[in-house]
Design a protein around this ligand. Structure first.
Ligand code: DX5
Ligand code: ZN
Length: 227
Protein backbone atom coordinates (compact mmCIF):
# COMPACT_ATOMS: atom_id res chain seq x y z
CA UNK A 1 0.00 0.00 0.00
CA UNK A 2 1.17 3.51 -0.79
CA UNK A 3 1.90 5.56 2.28
CA UNK A 4 0.44 9.02 2.63
CA UNK A 5 3.21 11.63 2.35
CA UNK A 6 3.22 14.68 4.61
CA UNK A 7 6.04 17.16 3.83
CA UNK A 8 7.13 18.99 6.98
CA UNK A 9 7.00 22.73 6.30
CA UNK A 10 9.59 23.29 9.05
CA UNK A 11 12.19 22.63 6.35
CA UNK A 12 10.54 24.96 3.81
CA UNK A 13 12.09 28.29 2.80
CA UNK A 14 10.33 30.78 5.09
CA UNK A 15 11.37 33.70 2.86
CA UNK A 16 9.51 32.09 -0.03
CA UNK A 17 6.88 30.04 1.78
CA UNK A 18 4.29 30.58 -0.96
CA UNK A 19 6.57 28.82 -3.49
CA UNK A 20 6.91 25.81 -1.24
CA UNK A 21 3.16 25.66 -0.52
CA UNK A 22 2.51 25.72 -4.27
CA UNK A 23 5.07 22.97 -4.79
CA UNK A 24 3.30 20.77 -2.22
CA UNK A 25 -0.07 21.58 -3.85
CA UNK A 26 1.27 20.50 -7.25
CA UNK A 27 3.04 17.40 -5.91
CA UNK A 28 1.70 13.96 -5.06
CA UNK A 29 1.94 14.76 -1.33
CA UNK A 30 -1.21 14.08 0.67
CA UNK A 31 -1.02 16.42 3.67
CA UNK A 32 0.88 19.47 4.89
CA UNK A 33 2.69 18.63 8.15
CA UNK A 34 2.96 21.70 10.39
CA UNK A 35 5.22 21.62 13.47
CA UNK A 36 4.26 23.99 16.27
CA UNK A 37 6.87 24.31 19.07
CA UNK A 38 6.71 26.36 22.25
CA UNK A 39 10.32 26.39 23.49
CA UNK A 40 9.16 24.57 26.63
CA UNK A 41 7.99 21.10 25.68
CA UNK A 42 10.82 21.10 23.12
CA UNK A 43 13.95 23.29 23.13
CA UNK A 44 13.03 25.05 19.88
CA UNK A 45 10.38 27.65 18.91
CA UNK A 46 8.97 27.33 15.40
CA UNK A 47 5.76 29.11 14.37
CA UNK A 48 2.21 29.40 15.64
CA UNK A 49 -1.42 30.10 14.85
CA UNK A 50 -1.04 33.05 12.37
CA UNK A 51 1.35 31.03 10.20
CA UNK A 52 -0.96 27.99 10.24
CA UNK A 53 -3.78 30.31 9.14
CA UNK A 54 -1.67 31.78 6.33
CA UNK A 55 -0.70 28.32 5.06
CA UNK A 56 -4.38 27.30 5.22
CA UNK A 57 -5.29 30.16 2.89
CA UNK A 58 -3.10 28.69 0.12
CA UNK A 59 -2.99 24.97 0.91
CA UNK A 60 -5.19 22.67 -1.17
CA UNK A 61 -4.61 19.62 1.03
CA UNK A 62 -5.38 18.76 4.67
CA UNK A 63 -3.31 20.40 7.40
CA UNK A 64 -1.71 17.88 9.74
CA UNK A 65 -0.77 19.96 12.78
CA UNK A 66 1.77 18.48 15.21
CA UNK A 67 1.70 20.33 18.51
CA UNK A 68 4.97 20.12 20.43
CA UNK A 69 3.64 22.34 23.21
CA UNK A 70 2.94 21.88 26.90
CA UNK A 71 -0.71 21.53 27.86
CA UNK A 72 -2.03 21.67 24.27
CA UNK A 73 -5.67 21.41 25.40
CA UNK A 74 -5.58 25.21 25.86
CA UNK A 75 -5.33 25.76 22.09
CA UNK A 76 -7.56 23.12 20.47
CA UNK A 77 -10.23 25.67 19.43
CA UNK A 78 -7.62 28.11 18.11
CA UNK A 79 -6.03 25.52 15.85
CA UNK A 80 -9.45 24.47 14.58
CA UNK A 81 -10.14 28.10 13.68
CA UNK A 82 -6.74 28.39 12.05
CA UNK A 83 -7.72 25.54 9.72
CA UNK A 84 -6.22 22.34 11.18
CA UNK A 85 -7.77 19.09 9.91
CA UNK A 86 -5.70 16.70 11.99
CA UNK A 87 -4.45 17.74 15.42
CA UNK A 88 -1.78 15.71 17.19
CA UNK A 89 -0.74 16.25 20.80
CA UNK A 90 2.11 14.61 22.67
CA UNK A 91 1.38 11.86 25.18
CA UNK A 92 4.09 13.40 27.40
CA UNK A 93 2.59 16.91 27.31
CA UNK A 94 -0.95 16.14 28.51
CA UNK A 95 -2.29 15.11 31.92
CA UNK A 96 -5.89 14.39 30.89
CA UNK A 97 -5.32 12.84 27.49
CA UNK A 98 -8.80 11.36 27.09
CA UNK A 99 -10.35 14.78 27.63
CA UNK A 100 -8.06 16.50 25.12
CA UNK A 101 -8.57 13.79 22.49
CA UNK A 102 -12.33 14.28 22.73
CA UNK A 103 -11.96 18.06 22.66
CA UNK A 104 -10.22 17.59 19.29
CA UNK A 105 -12.81 15.13 17.96
CA UNK A 106 -15.69 17.31 19.10
CA UNK A 107 -14.20 20.12 16.99
CA UNK A 108 -14.48 17.78 13.97
CA UNK A 109 -10.77 17.24 13.57
CA UNK A 110 -8.96 13.91 13.50
CA UNK A 111 -7.22 13.30 16.82
CA UNK A 112 -3.63 12.09 16.97
CA UNK A 113 -1.29 11.26 19.83
CA UNK A 114 2.49 11.46 19.40
CA UNK A 115 5.01 9.31 21.26
CA UNK A 116 8.54 10.49 22.00
CA UNK A 117 11.28 7.93 21.27
CA UNK A 118 11.36 6.79 24.93
CA UNK A 119 7.58 6.40 25.35
CA UNK A 120 6.38 2.79 24.98
CA UNK A 121 3.54 1.97 22.60
CA UNK A 122 1.88 -0.08 25.36
CA UNK A 123 1.00 3.12 27.23
CA UNK A 124 -1.66 3.78 24.57
CA UNK A 125 -3.58 0.65 25.50
CA UNK A 126 -6.47 2.46 27.21
CA UNK A 127 -6.79 5.32 24.71
CA UNK A 128 -6.13 3.61 21.37
CA UNK A 129 -9.83 3.03 20.68
CA UNK A 130 -10.42 6.80 20.72
CA UNK A 131 -7.59 7.74 18.36
CA UNK A 132 -7.59 8.46 14.63
CA UNK A 133 -3.81 8.56 14.38
CA UNK A 134 -0.68 7.68 16.34
CA UNK A 135 2.50 9.59 15.55
CA UNK A 136 5.67 7.64 16.28
CA UNK A 137 8.59 10.05 16.70
CA UNK A 138 11.74 8.63 15.16
CA UNK A 139 13.85 11.55 16.48
CA UNK A 140 13.64 13.59 19.66
CA UNK A 141 11.22 16.33 18.65
CA UNK A 142 12.40 19.90 18.21
CA UNK A 143 14.47 20.04 15.06
CA UNK A 144 14.49 18.94 11.45
CA UNK A 145 17.42 17.12 9.89
CA UNK A 146 18.18 14.68 12.74
CA UNK A 147 19.23 11.06 12.45
CA UNK A 148 16.52 8.39 12.37
CA UNK A 149 16.29 6.32 15.59
CA UNK A 150 15.95 2.69 14.46
CA UNK A 151 13.89 1.59 17.45
CA UNK A 152 10.96 3.41 15.79
CA UNK A 153 10.66 0.43 13.40
CA UNK A 154 9.99 -1.90 16.32
CA UNK A 155 7.43 0.54 17.69
CA UNK A 156 5.61 0.73 14.36
CA UNK A 157 5.33 -3.09 14.27
CA UNK A 158 4.10 -3.20 17.88
CA UNK A 159 1.56 -0.54 17.12
CA UNK A 160 0.38 -2.35 14.01
CA UNK A 161 -0.22 -5.46 16.15
CA UNK A 162 -2.07 -3.44 18.76
CA UNK A 163 -4.32 -1.87 16.11
CA UNK A 164 -5.14 -5.24 14.56
CA UNK A 165 -5.82 -6.77 17.97
CA UNK A 166 -8.10 -3.90 18.90
CA UNK A 167 -9.79 -3.70 15.53
CA UNK A 168 -8.80 -0.06 15.18
CA UNK A 169 -8.26 1.71 11.87
CA UNK A 170 -6.11 4.48 13.36
CA UNK A 171 -3.29 5.58 11.06
CA UNK A 172 0.37 5.08 11.99
CA UNK A 173 2.42 8.16 11.16
CA UNK A 174 6.19 8.42 11.53
CA UNK A 175 8.15 11.66 11.89
CA UNK A 176 11.88 12.35 11.94
CA UNK A 177 14.78 11.36 9.70
CA UNK A 178 12.55 9.85 7.03
CA UNK A 179 14.42 9.48 3.73
CA UNK A 180 14.31 7.11 0.76
CA UNK A 181 15.88 4.28 2.79
CA UNK A 182 14.13 4.60 6.15
CA UNK A 183 10.83 5.09 4.30
CA UNK A 184 11.10 1.62 2.73
CA UNK A 185 11.68 0.00 6.13
CA UNK A 186 8.86 1.99 7.72
CA UNK A 187 6.33 1.03 5.06
CA UNK A 188 7.35 -2.62 5.48
CA UNK A 189 6.86 -2.31 9.25
CA UNK A 190 3.34 -0.93 8.75
CA UNK A 191 3.57 2.87 8.60
CA UNK A 192 0.63 4.58 6.86
CA UNK A 193 1.84 8.20 6.85
CA UNK A 194 5.42 9.41 6.34
CA UNK A 195 6.43 12.89 7.45
CA UNK A 196 9.56 14.18 5.79
CA UNK A 197 11.26 17.57 6.01
CA UNK A 198 14.91 17.92 5.09
CA UNK A 199 14.97 14.97 2.71
CA UNK A 200 12.26 16.64 0.60
CA UNK A 201 13.05 20.34 0.87
CA UNK A 202 16.84 20.13 0.67
CA UNK A 203 16.73 17.90 -2.39
CA UNK A 204 17.38 19.39 -5.85
CA UNK A 205 13.86 18.53 -7.00
CA UNK A 206 11.44 18.30 -4.06
CA UNK A 207 8.47 17.37 -6.23
CA UNK A 208 10.37 14.42 -7.66
CA UNK A 209 11.54 13.41 -4.18
CA UNK A 210 7.91 13.34 -3.02
CA UNK A 211 7.12 11.21 -6.06
CA UNK A 212 9.83 8.76 -5.05
CA UNK A 213 8.46 8.45 -1.51
CA UNK A 214 4.97 8.00 -2.88
CA UNK A 215 6.18 5.21 -5.14
CA UNK A 216 7.60 3.05 -2.31
CA UNK A 217 4.41 1.22 -1.36
CA UNK A 218 3.35 1.03 -5.01
CA UNK A 219 6.45 -1.00 -5.90
CA UNK A 220 5.52 -3.54 -3.23
CA UNK A 221 1.97 -3.75 -4.58
CA UNK A 222 3.34 -4.53 -8.05
CA UNK A 223 5.54 -7.34 -6.64
CA UNK A 224 2.61 -8.75 -4.67
CA UNK A 225 0.42 -8.72 -7.78
CA UNK A 226 3.08 -10.63 -9.73
CA UNK A 227 3.37 -13.30 -7.03
C1 DX5 B 1 10.71 17.35 14.52
C2 DX5 B 1 9.47 17.58 13.70
C3 DX5 B 1 9.54 17.01 12.35
C4 DX5 B 1 10.66 17.54 11.48
C5 DX5 B 1 11.04 16.43 10.54
O1 DX5 B 1 10.49 17.74 15.81
O2 DX5 B 1 8.34 17.05 14.35
O3 DX5 B 1 8.28 17.09 11.67
O4 DX5 B 1 10.32 18.68 10.77
O5 DX5 B 1 12.13 16.82 9.82
P1 DX5 B 1 13.13 15.79 9.15
O6 DX5 B 1 12.35 14.99 8.17
O7 DX5 B 1 14.14 16.69 8.51
O8 DX5 B 1 13.71 14.93 10.25
ZN1 ZN C 1 6.39 16.87 13.19
Amino acid sequence: MNALIAPSMLSADFCHLANDIEMVNRSRADWFHLDVMDGLFVPNISYGIPVVKAIRSMAEKPLDVHLMITDPGRYVGDFKQAGADILTVHYEAVTHLHRVVWQIKNEDMLAGVALNPHTPVALLDDIIGDLDLVLVMSVNPGFGGQKFIKNALKKVSELKEMLLRRNSDALIEVDGGVDGNTAVELVEAGADVLVSGNYIFKSPNPEKTIDGLKHIGAEEDEVEEEE
